[in-house]
Write a protein that binds this ligand. Structure first.
Ligand SMILES: O=c1[nH]c(=O)n([C@H]2C[C@H](O)[C@@H](COP(=O)(O)O)O2)cc1CO
Ligand SMILES: [Zn+2]
Length: 164
């Protein structure tokens, strides 16, 4: 019998884990997940966007607009930063898989952590100052970035016991 042929490749696997991690996010508008992988293709950290520990999802606001302190923006931790802080090993030469191209704050944390490659799906904030600043810093510090164009657009998983 030959090997299975419709298995997912490494990029799809790691991006799949990033996107699955984003499913934990309580943000009603944008759910972002991130997965950090070392040069032995081992996962060393995952994260998603959410409020810091102790800051209740019920009490802190998820609004996008209005008075700054009544929006999510001063409070929400980005997926990339959570993945970096959650990581179990040093991140030198790692890659980070993330659903959304990193903002300038995450870009700084990515560079300083030693991560050398960013793989992303969406670049929906391309052209904004934050996005341009990220690209300027990645270019200057030699962090590569590439958009993933997966052959498989959907990876289905079932938690039904009959499917295992
Ligand atoms: O790099 C990022 N990583 C990340 O986790 N986020 C999170 C923060 C917010 O919860 C949400 C962005 O919200 P919005 O698209 O509604 O402005 O995504 C946002 C960015 C910005 O690119
Ligand atoms: Zn960010």
């Amino acid at each position: 019998m030959g090997k299975r042929v419709d298995y997912i490749n490494w990029d799809e696997y790691f991006m799949g884990i990033a996107v699955l991690s984003g499913k934990r996010s309580k943000d009603p508008s944008t759910q972002v997940g991130a997965c950090i992988v070392n040069d032995e293709k081992k996962i060393v950290g995952v994260g998603y966007n959410g409020f810091p520990a102790g800051c209740s999802d019920e009490e802190f606001p998820w609004e996008r607009e209005g008075e700054f302190l009544k929006t999510k923006y001063p409070f929400v931790m980005h997926a990339e930063q959570n993945a970096i802080l959650n990581s179990i090993k040093r991140l030198k030469n790692c890659s980070i898989y993330v659903g959304l191209f990193p903002c300038h704050e995450c870009a700084k944390a990515i560079i300083q952590s030693g991560i050398r490659e960013v793989v992303y799906l969406s670049d929906k904030y391309s052209g904004t100052d934050s996005n341009t600043a990220s690209k300027m810093m990645f270019d200057a510090s030699g962090v590569r970035y590439r958009q993933l164009h997966p052959k498989k657009e959907k990876i289905e998983i079932s938690l039904n016991i009959e499917d295992i």
